[in-house]
Design a protein around this ligand. Structure first.
Ligand SMILES: NC(=O)C1=CN([C@@H]2O[C@H](COP(=O)(O)OP(=O)(O)OC[C@H]3O[C@@H](n4cnc5c(N)ncnc54)[C@H](O)[C@@H]3O)[C@@H](O)[C@H]2O)C=CC1
Ligand SMILES: O=C(CO)COP(=O)(O)O
Length: 381
């Protein structure tokens, strides 16, 4: 079911309104792109390449899926073994995926470009991508972070960077930049455990075109047009999951964690609404759904980073212990700055930033949050 139109997503039929779309990629390839590429061969990029390949097979679509990683030896090993043991251990990847470390080969002719690169590295990588990217490509962001130097969301970074480097203009790339977000712990999806997600694009035709590309038997993408709300839900939940992890590390139980999650969703919603996002998005898959999954799961890297901090490790010890990206560590201060710029109160985020900066000892986090003035529960309070 399409959450915005209330109608089912047809996995095989061309989008009804593709002809009216100003996006060339969709009009030229109404049955979906013949070539898609995933940039970034970490845990989510590798898993999403599998989703795309399984989706293409399910739809009997003529489509090749390329997975690009920057490390040539690592990609050679993945090609030889059919597995990416470092990031998705014990998972046999579909034979249809073409593994490469050559950007030109990966991007040439790809009408859907999926960016699975951590938030703080995306802009630099887009600079290298620009000379190879199809000017009509649609770009899908998988990252859940804010760029710390600018406070921009990933679709904003994509539009700005590609607009600048390709000469195509920021507005043109903004129309073709979209995001996928939801309760999507990569390892569970790699094991084909049933999961839903949401694709948000500036228009529903683009969102549905992308959703059809990644609708696999175990992966169900919904659509919406609230790009801002979808991105804010996904990136702020990492900060809240880090706080819930701290609760675990301190040995607190379910009441504490449920309190942080609920009040965390309230402050996430305040920020999203202030930036133009929609309430329904925050109660949906990319809001509450992702918050529940990430805050409850030991698979979450943000939750893990928080748990280690809560158990007494220093920030540098935590960073040494993490082998994968925990976006909240770099994004949390940018979230707080964005909230302050828009006059939005985010006490949990503020407290987490205090802990990350070493200004608040981890055992003072709860007293600081609980000691604030009493107030009404309403979102605007
Ligand atoms: N792993 C998960 O369960 C999910 C992750 N995400 C988001 O996806 C994004 C990527 O995360 P993961 O794949 O999990 O991270 P990861 O830590 O597993 O892998 C990151 C990958 O990006 C590569 N990379 C880093 N900088 C790069 C650069 N400048 N150019 C090219 N490649 C670069 C690394 O070599 C590595 O292969 C993050 O924003 C994360 O929040 C979203 C949903 C689920
Ligand atoms: O975004 C995620 C699940 O939806 C993954 O969370 P972590 O990045 O904390 O592992």
């Amino acid at each position: 079911m399409n959450v915005s139109t209330g109608r089912p997503i047809d996995r095989k039929a061309p989008p009804e309104t593709a002809a009216a779309s100003s996006l060339t990629a969709l009009a030229d390839e109404p049955n979906g792109p013949r070539k898609v590429v995933v940039l970034g061969a970490g845990s989510w990029g590798t898993t999403f390449a599998k989703v795309l390949a399984d989706a293409a097979r399910e739809a009997s679509a003529e489509r090749t899926v390329h997975l690009w990683g920057r490390n040539r030896e690592a990609m050679d090993r993945v090609r030889e073994t059919g597995r990416n043991e470092r990031y998705v251990p014990d998972i046999d990847l579909p034979r249809e995926i073409q593994f490469t470390s050559d950007l030109g080969e990966a991007l040439n002719g790809a009408r859907l470009v999926v960016a699975a690169i951590p938030a703080q590295s995306l802009r630099a990588q887009l600079g290298a991508v620009a000379e190879f990217i199809d000017p009509d490509a649609v770009v899908l962001s998988l990252a859940k972070g804010l760029e710390s130097a600018t406070g921009l969301r990933m679709t904003e970074v994509i539009a700005q960077a590609l607009g600048e480097h390709t000469g195509g203009g920021r507005d043109q790339w903004a129309r073709r930049s979209c995001v996928l977000s939801g309760p999507n712990l990569a390892m569970e999806i790699a094991r084909e455990e049933p999961t839903a997600s949401v694709v948000a694009a500036p228009d529903l035709t683009t969102a549905a075109w992308v959703a059809r590309c990644c609708a696999a038997p175990y992966f169900r993408p919904y659509t919406n047009t609230d790009v801002t709300g979808t991105e804010i839900g996904g990136l702020v939940k990492n900060v809240i999951a880090l706080c819930v992890g701290i609760c675990d590390g301190r040995g607190y139980g379910d009441n504490s964690k449920a309190s942080v999650m609920t009040r965390g969703l309230a402050e996430t919603t305040r920020l999203a609404l202030a930036l133009g996002g929609e309430l329904t998005t925050l109660s949906g898959l990319s809001g509450m759904g992702d918050l529940v999954a990430t805050c409850s799961s030991s698979l979450s890297r943000n939750h893990t980073a928080g748990r280690l901090l809560g158990s007494g490790l220093t920030m540098s010890q935590v960073q040494d212990a993490m082998t994968q990206t925990a976006e909240a560590i770099r994004s949390a201060p940018a979230v707080l700055a964005l909230a302050q710029e828009h006059g939005v109160e985010m006490p949990i985020t503020e407290a987490v930033v205090g802990v990350l900066r070493g200004d608040i000892p981890v055992d003072q986090l709860a007293p600081k949050l609980l000691g604030r003035d009493l107030k009404s529960e309403g979102n605007s309070a």
